[in-house]
Design a protein around this ligand. Structure first.
Ligand code: PLP
Length: 385
């Protein structure tokens, strides 16, 4: 029998390392009976609204459990199209240019895969939610990190061959930054001058604080691939619904093919729930946003006087990015710092380097957990010695 050999594969280029390790550790500590505060991951604490649940129950009862059109149910695409006009000011959109995906993550993968060839470069903010760089690598491309603080100004100076896209995520995971209209104008000019795509990840479009407004570059720049998710706005994270809009027909065709040969459409019941979510009442989004803002204030106020950490006040999303200003004895980097905090307080966090080179000496907490948990964890963190 010939021995099976497994050659190196593109998947070997991606890593899941640090976050998986931390999650496993938290779960293990929880199993051992220790009180653990899961501030390492961003999963909304809210429940799905009843009218969305009812739509899914109805779909099951009425046997709407068969294959759907692989790029999405027409009635869902129609609801998305209306939403894009009303909320994102993407007026000239057609249901044919919308693809429903298995959560935002699947959308990100098919979007990058549809534009990248081997060794193509994509500019991404540093720091950035880990998965973005990994998805770009999995699509054959190279992520080029650019300081997120000064993103719009820094990209103007970039001279890279084989540049295919600039990626933007506003509100931004992990810093909570909401990019200004002025930043977007510079990014649009840059993309337009270079003839490249803007990939705009708008997963947190509704989680914006202090009255700041969300901006969708797809409303102004033709070559935008806009990505949305129902995970955060409607707390539908486990139902895995996202969608893409782009005016570029070639990209629509490629994404359509990829969706067909991989997932062949998203779970029909979840799509009926998504239609109800997008076309039903929206008042609870404000209530949820207000609650996140309250949590943001609680955790920020407790960390701002911390001996060891210096938090950046997030303008949106539900993460708080902290610089380590002083290391306790025995701590020498972000990894040992997250470990120190976990052992001393039971609060989980993620070490900054996981999000890119500038994450050195930083850590990230999420405040998507229930307000009571955020209150308890914050009062413990306040007294961290
Ligand atoms: N984009 C960003 C920046 C995220 O942080 C997330 C999830 O945390 C997503 C996209 C995708 O979320 P989902 O796949 O649940 O839609």
């Amino acid at each position: 029998m010939k021995k099976l050999t497994i050659d190196e594969n593109i998947v070997d280029k991606i890593s899941l390392g640090a976050i998986v390790k931390i999650r496993d550790e938290l779960l293990e500590m929880q199993r051992m009976g220790k009180k653990i505060y899961r501030l390492e991951s961003g999963d909304p604490s809210f429940n799905v609204q009843d009218h969305i649940k009812d739509a899914m129950i109805e779909a099951i009862k009425n046997n709407k459990t068969h294959y759907t059109e692989s790029t999405g149910l027409p009635e869902l695409k129609k609801a998305i199209s209306e939403k894009l006009k009303k909320k994102n000011e993407i007026f000239d959109n057609e249901p044919e240019n919308i693809i429903v995906t298995n959560g935002g993550m699947n959308g990100l993968y098919v979007a990058f895969r549809s534009i990248l060839n081997e060794s193509d470069n994509v500019i991404i903010p540093d720091p950035m939610w880990t998965e973005i760089a990994e998805i770009i690598k999995l699509s054959g491309g190279n992520p080029i990190y650019v300081d997120s603080n000064n993103y719009a100004n820094s990209v103007e100076k970039i001279k890279f061959p084989d540049l295919k896209a600039i990626f933007i995520n506003s509100p931004h995971n992990p810093t909570g930054k909401v990019f200004s209209r002025h930043d977007f104008e510079k990014i649009i000019n840059f993309a337009s001058d270079h003839g490249i795509f803007i990939i705009s990840d708008e997963a947190y479009e509704d989680i914006i604080f202090d009255g700041k407004k969300h901006f969708s570059p797809g409303s102004e720049y033709e070559n935008t691939i806009s990505l949305f998710s129902l995970s955060k706005t409607y707390a539908m994270s486990g139902l895995r619904i996202g969608y893409i809009h782009t005016r570029n027909n070639k990209i629509v065709e490629r994404i359509g093919k990829m969706v067909r040969v991989t997932i062949n459409g998203v779970n029909s019941v979840a799509q009926h729930g998504a239609r109800a979510a997008l076309s039903g009442p929206q008042y609870f989004i404000k209530a949820m946003r207000d609650e996140y803002q309250k949590r943001r204030d609680i955790i920020y106020d407790s960390l701002v006087n911390s001996k060891f950490l210096e938090p950046i006040k997030p303008e949106g999303a539900f993460y708080i990015w902290c610089k380590i200003k002083e290391m306790p004895a025995g701590v020498n980097d972000s990894f040992t710092m997250t470990d120190y905090i976990l052992r001393k307080t039971g609060v989980g966090s993620i070490p900054g380097p996981v999000f890119g080179p500038s994450g050195k000496d930083h850590i990230r907490f999420a405040f998507s957990a229930d307000t009571k948990i955020i209150e308890e964890a914050s009062s413990i963190l306040k007294n961290l010695e």
